[in-house]
Ligand binder design. Sequence first.
Ligand SMILES: C[S@@+](CC[C@H](N)C(=O)[O-])C[C@H]1O[C@@H](n2cnc3c(N)ncnc32)[C@H](O)[C@@H]1O
Length: 271
Amino acid sequence: MIKCKPFLRWAGGKTWFKKHISDFLPIDGYNQYHEPFLGGAAIFFHLQHSPAFLSDLNLELIETYIEIRDNVEEVISHLKKFKNTKEFYYDVRASKYRSRSKQAAKFIYLNQTSFNGIYRVNLKGEYNVPFGYRSKNFFEPDNLRLVSQALQGTNISQCNFQETLNNIRENDLVFIDPPYTVAHNDNGFIKYNAKLFDLEKQHELSEYIDEIKARGAYYILTNAAHKVVEEIFTKEGDSMIGLSRASLIGGKSAKRGAYKEFIFTNTIVND
Ligand SMILES: C[S@@+](CC[C@H](N)C(=O)[O-])C[C@H]1O[C@@H](n2cnc3c(N)ncnc32)[C@H](O)[C@@H]1O
């Protein structure tokens, strides 16, 4: 196992879930690993299972992973020339580079030096997050090299989650971490997400899970703890487990009505 950590700040990142994932893995192991909503890849870096199929709809994100896998030294050499100043930030933000490795360096640089690291684009598809005034180093070359090693041999592609079905076979494991449509424990929709991943998409995701099961593969889905989500994803024989970030439900934070997530899975049979 290569000791590396995610190199991006990513909304909905699952670093907090690392300590729970082993409770959900199939007891008898699994063949291929799939992560169709890759984002910052916290769970992939934690498991480093091979073979792995990693994908996301975000093209710039995926091109960055591919460059880190195939061309990490060039990405690092570009990053070394970037400066964490306001003027430099807006210059880089407005630039389009022909070199793929420089584009990847730009993606990492903006992610690390921007205001809150969220990926937000305007109607023209241009990244529009302001400068962050962060004093921290914006990249760690040694970690990027380790990330590159961990990515060797992985299949990385940009696609909609449904397309990943082409590679899913019996006894594979699919870790599914979609954008959350509804706010945790409350009735409201997350408005900025509504267009991106609406309730209709959640229904499509439920059908995608049915397809995974029909192939005899395993899934672990994380989602908002909300009754609408419960209705969509409850499947006969499968399990739904509530988690708060701090502990399993029933802990102190649950009593305070803290943030909860639901995990749906067919790795734990509910009889
Ligand atoms: C909650 S984040 C995943 C976070 C990740 N597990 C981590 O640890 O950082 C959801 C991801 O889904 C991606 N996404 C949104 N719609 C998608 C779709 N239709 N198909 C595939 N990926 C999608 C977003 O680009 C985003 O990276």
